[in-house]
Design a protein around this ligand. Structure first.
Ligand SMILES: *Cc1c(COP(=O)(O)O)cnc(C)c1O
Length: 239
């Protein structure tokens, strides 16, 4: 093994241990939680090593980096998640490689994704990104729709050709009533998820938890955790 590969293997083993312990503590089965490795800012060569180490889900947040990386890794058995704020002019590109878009937060994006999925002849999974710090009706600072917008967005996605409503995603808020209260934030997301599932029973994905708070997300009931730095190392600070 190269030095980088052993480093990634060791990091993955530590993250795996954290997820297993969190599942055990919550009385959940390990298979109930899927690890998504966030490979943003890291090269395609790392994605290749991760695939070799058994990773099957990766995530990116910027189309300009993700598109060439996904193209360079097209031979690998990977599911690509897009988790960043998405401009409608990037949607056509994203629809070419992403299997799941986790950051759906406004009606215009639903329309654009549906058109792009149709053109690409692909079905795109969609998660509605919830901003638990958004004022009623507003968009969150890091993207995301206010909780009272979920119902409308879910209906639009469910009715849009080429799109599949898979569930909800959130990032623990840094401001507002949930700042510093990750567990409470993720429990609120679970509550919103059960309401969503009452109307859309197949929208079962709950994507929450990152390197710093995956235990709280697993405890609350998340089905997917998105882990970057704990697997790949600290990212160089961008801008
Ligand atoms: C970067 C990122 C992550 C991973 O964060 P880490 O702290 O590196 O684990 C998860 N979700 C989203 C939306 C991200 O942008």
């Amino acid at each position: 093994m190269t030095e980088r590969k052993s480093q990634l293997a060791a990091n993955l083993a530590r993250v795996e241990e954290r997820i297993s312990s969190a599942c055990a503590a919550a009385g959940r089965k390990r298979e109930e939680v899927t690890l998504i490795v966030v490979t943003k800012t890291y090269p395609a060569s790392d994605v290749r090593l991760l695939a070799d180490l058994g990773v099957r889900h990766v995530a990116e947040n910027k189309d300009q980096d993700a598109a060439p990386k996904a193209a360079a890794c097209a031979d690998l058995p990977l599911t690509w998640h897009f988790v960043g704020q998405l401009q409608t002019n990037k949607v056509r590109s994203v629809a070419g490689y992403a299997h799941v878009v986790q950051s759906v937060d406004r009606p215009k994006l639903v329309t654009a994704l549906s058109a792009a999925a149709g053109r690409a002849g692909r079905e795109l999974g969609c998660l509605i990104q919830v901003a638990l710090d958004a004022e009623s009706g507003a968009e969150g600072v890091r993207g995301g729709a206010a909780p009272d917008r979920i119902g409308e967005l879910a209906r639009l996605v469910a009715e849009a050709p080429g799109l599949r409503l898979d569930g909800l995603m959130t990032v623990a808020p840094l401001a507002g009533p949930y700042a510093g209260r990750e567990r409470a934030a993720f429990e609120q997301l679970m509550e919103l998820s059960s309401r969503l599932r009452a109307a859309h029973p197949t929208a079962t994905m709950v994507s929450a938890g990152m390197s710093g708070d995956l235990e709280q997300a697993v405890a609350a009931g998340a089905t997917h955790v998105r882990v970057g730095t704990a697997v790949l190392g600290d990212r160089p600070r961008l801008g």
